[in-house]
Design a binder for this molecule. Structure first.
Ligand code: KIV
Ligand code: ZN
Length: 557
């Protein structure tokens, strides 16, 4: 491969020797602004139609967004119509502000003001590109020319606001597009001039939106730019500092988080990071990152699967399986040691009734985003014994004793290798059923009775059918200290001996209103191996007797 990295110019660092942001922490949610219907929409192969935009808009309102950029109404008739329908169709809740984007160009600004007539709350968002590169290769102009465009735009926006305002509450937003590719002092100057022109005050602040239009530097450098900008901006109190990060280096969330530390107060982004090229900042990830630090994101993420469905249907985009918090596989552990630790964490949560989420490998409780515990553990040939036992317990209520885990784990692993794929929970149960319930029975107990003699000895009598052959029935009887002992002695009487009793555990299991006992019996076989048998019956004693017989049956197949 030809090595061409020399052709790239390293990003210019910011001179900020006393930077403050590294010592800060995020303690509260920013003002969120969704740009799904504009930046997200303009990046789609098939932009959303009216119905889709309306549905998406309502979903954003339900999630709790109070500022929503609905489009670029001066850009096309469709965009204009959508804006009109939102206003005239009374789709906009009173506490939601719609935002409309427009280039700082006279005819487009005029058309935008026509589009917003009758709305209650509007942010008019105008922009022009300021970056060094765009000035050189696109506009072929100097900074003064670029400032002139912005100032003229601001003047017209102010004028039209006075003319159109009526019952509409209009606020202003200005973006020096490609802010992060602009010399910082130039970015400060153009924004200060726009603020002046708009008459920004502390009471009536202007939103200054500082886009990382193309992410070209490490997240710390973007944070430096934001801190530098805020520090040098005159009349800073009269501005709300907003960020608009894209994700070209895959660090959109990191850059946004550090920019908040650096003083940004407002964040523009999209659900699941849709947007131009590699996308905009993913607000879901950023918000849930806050949530997992104990900070209220002030957006409702409690039913993410619902939003995923709306998002995928309306945008035609697909969410990756590993997308934080919502990807299909993000609450799944395949590795045995991970499964084991999750299992223990879940048990710890249950046993201690802890107020805090303390489960290894799961940074968030899946239930908090509307996901389920069920898919947490999936079983493939790499999975450990703990994972299979977890699914048996969690999905089917069988609490296999710890000593049984290796035996059952090996059976599950053999099945995974046989089918050469992971097993569903139903298939896992079938492995259990085939091996511990429906296995071949050399000895079948046709009938039995237990007598309690004088309260301290128990006698067992019954009939065993041999090899499933009619007529091959043998009567057995034995006395012992308890039902299991009596049964053992009865078996010895007909030559079924040399099995040593090792351990026993039992619990209730219910299906519907029916409650049964399940017994797990561990025996040592005449060959010296350990083997488990499972017995299930309404009668606790009989469940144990069946467990003993099934262990012997499994050993003798
Ligand atoms: O990415 C960007 O710079 C933009 C601006 C128009 C805000 O989308
Ligand atoms: Zn953008």
């Amino acid at each position: 491969m030809k090595n061409s990295f020399h052709k790239y110019i390293p990003f210019q660092q910011i001179n900020l020797p006393d930077r403050q942001w590294p010592n800060k922490v995020i303690e509260k949610a920013p003002i969120w602004c969704s740009v799904d219907l504009r930046d997200g929409n303009q990046a789609l192969i098939d932009p959303m139609n009216l119905q889709e935009k309306l549905e998406f808009f309502h979903a954003l309102c339900d999630m709790g967004f109070k500022e929503i950029e609905i489009g670029f109404p001066s850009a096309s008739e469709t965009e204009y119509e959508i804006c009109r329908e939102l206003i005239e169709g009374n789709h906009i809740p009173d506490d939601v502000t719609i935002q409309v984007l427009v280039q700082a160009r006279e005819h487009l600004i005029r058309k935008t003001f026509e589009a917003i007539e009758g709305a209650k709350n509007v942010i008019v968002h105008f922009y022009n590109s300021t970056s060094t590169l765009q000035r050189k290769v696109v506009f072929k102009t100097d900074m003064d020319g670029v400032i002139d465009i912005a100032v003229k735009g601001a003047k017209l926006v102010k004028e039209l606001t006075e003319q159109y305002q009526g019952d509409t509450n209009i606020r202003f937003e200005y973006s020096p597009e490609s802010f992060s590719g602009t010399e910082m002092d130039n970015a400060v100057e153009i924004c200060a001039r726009v603020m002046e022109e708009l008459g920004a005050t502390k009471e009536n602040p202007v939103i200054l939106n500082l886009p990382n239009t193309v992410e070209m530097c490490t997240a710390n450098t973007y944070a430096d730019q934001i801190e530098y900008f805020i520090k040098h901006l005159p009349n800073r109190e009269a501005a709300i500092i907003s960020i608009h990060p894209h994700n070209d280096r895959g660090c959109g969330v990191a850059a946004s988080e550090l920019a908040l530390l650096a003083g940004a107060e407002r964040v523009e982004g999209t659900l699941f990071g849709n947007g131009e090229r590699t996308g905009n900042l993913d607000i879901v990830t950023m918000g849930l990152n806050m949530y997992t630090q104990g900070v209220d994101p002030e957006l409702d993420f409690s039913n993410l699967p619902k939003y995923k469905e709306i998002y995928e249907r309306c945008t035609g985009m697909k969410i990756n399986e590993r997308q934080p918090y919502i990807g299909e596989l993000v609450f799944t552990a395949f590795s045995g040691s991970h499964q084991d630790a999750i299992n223990k964490g879940m048990k710890y949560m249950k046993d201690t009734d802890s107020d805090y989420w303390e489960v290894p490998y799961l940074p968030i409780d899946p239930a908090d985003v509307g996901r389920q515990y069920e898919p947490i553990i999936r079983i493939n040939s790499q999975s450990g014994k703990g994972g299979a036992a977890f699914v048996m317990n969690h999905n089917f209520g069988f609490d296999l004793p710890k000593k049984m885990h290796p035996e059952f784990g090996a059976l599950v692993q053999a099945e995974c290798e046989r089918v050469e794929r992971e097993l569903t929970s139903k298939e896992l149960y079938k492995v259990f059923e085939d091996n511990y319930i429906n296995h071949k029975k050399k000895y079948d107990l046709l009938e039995h009775k237990l007598y309690d003699e004088n309260g301290d000895k128990v006698t067992f009598t019954g009939t065993i059918r041999m090899d499933n052959i009619e007529g091959h029935d043998i009567a057995i009887t034995g006395t012992g200290n308890g039902p299991i002992d009596a049964f053992f002695n009865a078996l010895k009487g007909v030559g079924i001996n040399n099995y040593e009793f090792m351990s026993y555990s039992q619990h209730a299991i219910s299906s519907g209103s029916d409650s049964k006992a399940v017994s797990y019996i561990q025996l040592k076989t005449p060959r010296g191996n350990d083997i488990f048998g499972v017995g299930i019956d309404h009668n606790v004693n009989f469940a144990s007797i069946l467990g003993v017989l099934n262990a012997i049956n499994r050993s003798e197949v």
